[in-house]
Design a protein around this ligand. Structure first.
Ligand code: MLT
Length: 271
């Protein structure tokens, strides 16, 4: 683990694998809601030729809470981590909420990106129904019912057949969720409620964009996400069959392959 010092005495935790050198183009991975960097662990074997940097988003894993609210606050922490490690450009991949962060990053710091991968994510803002659901979650968390909240959150994210065949994997993710502080989960729910649409960020993107999707994702419906594929200039789309919202756990080999291929492609396009 590398601990990066941020302003105000805060810190960000990140994890590096592969041989880092100043010329390398790292693949930076941002986890989703109520998770931490360990959610990517099963991909590392398939990504061993890349320098991979996994960052714990503010408040999650071993990182301090955000100094600034919203996806922009998360994006700023990612930017500070890259600068602290002297990373000039990277391929940034975000899972779900990590993708929302990656989009905020792409808008604020486009010069840092050699590629942007949205893994089970999309550029739309929350619907009123989604906001209502998130506000109910905040009430539960404020009432001290974190364990119940987390136990209800994760099972539906997997494709039904996978969850049925692998109950211990579902339980392990619930356990990971239980470790996250209620304050961080609430701040993330508020950040997701407050986030803006990023269709123009994709439209204006100067770097290649990849979509990695599951055809059984209950959070990011396939049609909805695919409709954004026309926006970026260079797009790579991987639809993982039989996969829900968690390709890195449900099909790690295929998900790692998708990210590795995209990272290689972006490396060829980067001088
Ligand atoms: C996530 O996995 O990060 C969340 O499910 C995203 C969301 O709720 O929109």
């Amino acid at each position: 683990m590398i601990t990066v010092q941020l302003s105000g005495g805060r810190t960000a935790a990140c994890y590096l694998s592969g041989k880092f050198n100043p010329g390398a183009l790292p693949l930076v991975l941002l986890h989703g809601f109520c998770e931490d960097s360990s959610v990517w662990e099963s991909l590392l074997d398939g990504l061993e030729e890349a320098v991979v940097l996994r960052i714990d988003l503010p408040g999650f894993g071993n990182s301090s809470p955000a100094g600034e609210p919203g996806m922009e606050g998360y994006a700023r922490v990612v930017y500070s981590v890259l600068n602290a490690l002297e990373i000039k450009r990277c391929v940034l991949a975000g899972h779900s909420m990590g993708g929302y962060t990656a989009l905020a990053f792409a808008k604020a710091y486009p010069e840092k990106l050699a590629g942007l991968s949205l893994v089970h994510s999309h550029p739309y803002a929350d619907t009123p129904e989604r906001i209502e659901g998130r506000n109910r979650g905040i009430e539960m968390l404020l009432a001290g019912k974190k364990d119940l909240y987390v136990a209800q959150l994760f099972p539906g994210l997997f494709a039904p057949a996978f969850a049925q065949a692998n109950p211990e994997v579902v339980d392990a993710l619930i356990e990971q969720g239980r470790k996250q502080p209620a304050e961080a989960i609430i701040a993330a729910l508020q950040a997701m409620i407050g986030r803006t649409e990023h269709l123009n960020t994709l439209l204006d993107s100067q770097c290649p964009v990849q979509l990695v999707l599951g055809d059984q994702d209950s959070i990011i419906p396939l049609d909805n996400a695919l409709s954004t594929a026309v926006l970026p200039t260079v797009g790579d789309i991987r639809v993982l069959p039989g996969v829900g919202h968690l390709g890195m756990i449900e099909q790690p080999k295929q998900t790692a392959e998708a990210l590795r291929d995209f990272w290689r492609f972006c490396g060829l396009k980067t001088p």
